[in-house]
Design a protein around this ligand. Structure first.
Ligand code: 5GP
Length: 210
């Protein structure tokens, strides 16, 4: 396989986590727009599609039965229950990016991050905090795509998600999306320069291919 020629250093799994509504998706989109060297891992989920979301771009939307079959088939690097639905990172998505010589951006929760850390201890974990819970609620309401009941549940879960901030390598407060994007980009660029990654050594991909 020609991974070596495409990638002269170890491909990076770059995780962004935050409570829902803290601006993570916006920052992820901005980062992808400003850096050609990183690709998004599109997760599979059993949650219903929101207006404007596109299957295959935002998520791979699947039924619970299909998701279970994929779990049984070993298709996931990690998966978790979030807000009553299943979400999972597909090995194929990560492989596609790595084989294309790109780093991988993963928008996953703390449970997935913990699992991924077991699979690949070399991952980079970034946690994005909202400026306040009041601001978080305002953002969730403004998005206008979820019912009050869903927003209430997400607010309840926000505190639980935030309680895991110290498990991450970097923690940012999203007061301003562009500033936050810039900081996330700085982290990515610095991590790419780490000596430990600048050799071709890819146990992770070898395990994936096994
Ligand atoms: P949403 O439904 O708002 O798109 O996402 C809800 C939460 O699920 C977010 O915190 C997001 O990070 C998380 N999530 C999305 N995809 C995955 C995944 O593949 N694995 C895990 N563990 N969490 C995910």
């Amino acid at each position: 396989m020609e991974i070596k020629s495409a990638f002269q250093r170890r491909g990076l799994l770059f995780v962004l986590s935050s409570p829902s509504g803290a601006g993570k998706s916006t920052i992820a989109r901005m980062l992808l727009g400003s850096d050609d060297g990183i690709a998004m891992s599109v997760s599979a989920t059993t949650r219903p599609r929101r207006p404007g979301e596109i299957d295959g771009r935002d998520y791979h939307f699947v039924t619970t039965e299909k998701f279970e079959a994929m779990v049984a088939n070993g298709d996931f690097l990690e998966w978790a229950h979030v807000f009553g639905h299943r979400y999972g990172t597909l090995k194929s998505e990560v492989m596609k990016a790595i084989e294309g010589g790109r780093d991988v951006l993963l928008d996953i929760d703390w449970q997935g991050t913990q699992q991924l850390k077991q699979v690949d201890p070399d991952i980079v974990r970034v946690f994005i905090l909202p400026p306040s819970l009041t601001e978080l609620e305002r953002r969730l309401t403004r998005r206008g795509t979820d019912s009050q009941e869903v927003i209430r549940r997400r607010m309840d879960r926000a505190a639980a998600e935030i309680s895991h901030w110290a498990e991450y390598d970097y923690v940012l407060i999203n007061n301003d999306a562009e500033k936050c994007r810039e900081l996330v980009h700085t982290i990515l660029k610095s991590e790419r320069l780490k000596a430990s990654r600048r050799v071709f050594l890819h146990d992770f991909v070898r395990d994936l291919m096994a």
